[in-house]
Write a protein that binds this ligand. Structure first.
Ligand SMILES: [Fe+2]
Length: 502
């Protein structure tokens, strides 16, 4: 994966000739490298087990183990480093063979030290190029993660993408996303295993409590080599943990868990690039959880608000309706009037096939049409005999009063046309505005018919109820003058329908 940002590169020199080892150590050290030298292949392998090296320069012809055998061993153990073979003129073919099995280059003995330096630099460049490719894959994976986060609000989908992105890097053998309190993701697979360790999946156990404890104080745990084994238990001799890296998942300094990766192969060391990738993924995980939590909270708050709003609306609606009924309660002549007007108005609207919302609205407007009478004295309005001029003037204020009562209530404003305009007449001689024909809102025209019909067919303090027959005749007579003829026609059809059903 990504190149290491360490400036001092470590080089292991393997040669059975002490003089070569000394020269190489002196020269390469003076060039800024950190150099260790050993006398044979077995020592080299032991050294590689213990320490991480960037390059190995090995003699080809050595007792015990040849340079070729050493490279084969390095391949087998999956150590990731630049390997260079030193060889005499007669053994070039063998050196080429070494390159075929993975050596980066070879140096011909006798050599000038500048040549060694050149070969070394060139090999590091080749290694960097190889790593560039892996870098690109990291970018693609990060892009996938960002895309998943942008396109999904499903935490399981997002977390799966994050863990898979890490898994697809093919670096770590065991990946564990530890989020103990994330009950909102049932059936989420928090672990990933490489093919290599899959057969031993039941034998790997991470010391979660220990990691958690350390991550409370430190921003990450990097445990290379044997040190990694203190954080995990591996109940098989087949696997040896080589490196562990864990990073907390934090929201506002609160640790929710951690994201960790463990390598069981020498091939992988968690370089800075690797660690950076894990760190980005941990940050994305935290951000995802936080965002979804916020969305959830927002939804809850919205739901609460909507519920509260509904309750308030319903309470207010019932209160206003209560007022409207209270006006009628004290007066035997008008008791039930508004409910009947509402019923007739609704029947007209249904018959004229208006939409559901309008039907609901006109029914409610019918119930409230005389709400403005709340401020007018009952005795005066219900006295026997005709009203005098000041009484008529007062009575005629009730549509205006009704409008004023409903105006401050946003969700009742749409009922105003029914309340304010139910005393308008089709020929323009009504009040309060003297509107005519279609200039009168539809609600007003419908309620006018319903209101007048109920008034005629109910007892009043000044007269007995008229029969339905007489009232119908009266509607017909005033159709086109007082009333909208279309609405009278519809209402008469409603009444006819009722007669037929009887
Ligand atoms: Fe009225």
């Amino acid at each position: 994966m990504v190149s290491d940002f360490k400036t001092t590169k470590k080089i292991l020199v393997v040669d059975d000739e002490a003089v070569i080892r000394d020269v190489m150590e002196d020269y390469l050290s003076s060039e800024g490298y950190e150099v260790i030298s050993v006398g044979n292949g077995n020592e080299a392998l032991l050294e590689l087990e213990e320490e991480r090296y960037d390059a190995l320069i090995s003699d080809l012809m050595m007792p015990e183990m040849s340079g070729l055998e050493l490279i084969e061993q390095i391949n087998e153990k999956e150590f990731q480093l630049v390997t260079i073979i030193m060889t005499g003129y007669g053994t070039i073919e063998t050196a080429v063979k070494a390159m075929k099995i993975g050596a980066y280059d070879y140096i011909l003995k006798p050599f000038k030290m500048e040549e060694v330096l050149q070969v070394l630099k060139r090999s590091f460049e080749i290694k960097a190029l190889k790593e560039e490719n892996i870098n690109l894959r990291e970018t693609v994976n990060l892009f996938k993660v960002s895309e998943a986060i942008a396109n999904s609000t499903d935490i399981k989908t997002i977390l799966t993408t994050i863990v898979n992105a890490l898994h697809e890097e093919k670096g770590a053998d065991y990946i564990y996303l530890y989020l103990p309190n994330l009950s909102l993701v049932p059936d989420f697979e928090f672990e990933r295993y490489s093919d290599k360790v899959k057969p031993y999946r039941d034998k790997i156990a991470l010391d979660v409590k220990k990691i958690e404890k350390i991550l409370l104080k430190k921003n990450s745990i990097l445990a290379p080599g044997r040190r990694s084994s203190q954080y995990l238990q591996v109940k098989t001799d087949k696997l040896k943990a080589v490196s562990l890296y864990a990073i907390p998942i934090k929201i506002n300094n609160l640790n929710l868990g951690f994201l960790s990766m463990i390598s069981f192969s020498n091939r992988v060391t968690f370089t800075e690039g690797y660690r950076r990738f894990l760190s980005i993924l941990a940050t994305k995980t935290a951000a995802t959880i936080e965002n979804l939590r916020l969305i959830g909270e927002l939804k809850d708050a919205n739901r609460d608000l909507t519920e509260a709003n509904k309750t308030i609306k319903e309470n207010l609606r019932q209160t206003i309706l209560g007022f409207a009924r209270a006006i009628e309660q004290n007066d035997p002549y008008t008791r039930g009037h508004s409910d009947r007007v509402a019923k007739y108005a609704k029947e007209i609207a249904v018959h004229m096939t208006f939409n559901k919302d309008f039907i609901e609205e006109i029914e409610f407007a019918g119930q409230l049409h005389d709400i403005g009478k709340i401020g007018i004295s009952h005795q005066k309005l219900n006295k026997a005999g005709k009203l005098n001029a000041p009484e008529i003037k007062m009575f005629r204020k009730h549509p205006e009063m009704g409008k004023k009562i409903l105006e401050p209530i946003p969700f009742m404003r749409h009922l105003i046309p029914g309340v304010y305009c139910h005393h308008e007449k089709y020929d323009g001689t009504g009040y309060p505005q003297g509107l005519a024909e279609e200039g009168i809102p539809l609600m007003g025209r419908i309620i006018a018919v319903a209101d007048t019909f109920d008034a005629m067919t109910s007892d009043r303090s000044y007269r007995k109820a008229l029969s339905a027959q007489v009232a119908v005749e009266e509607l017909k007579r005033n159709s086109g003058t007082q009333f909208d003829p279309e609405i009278v026609k519809a209402f008469l059809e409603v009444l006819d329908g009722k007669k037929e059903n009887k």
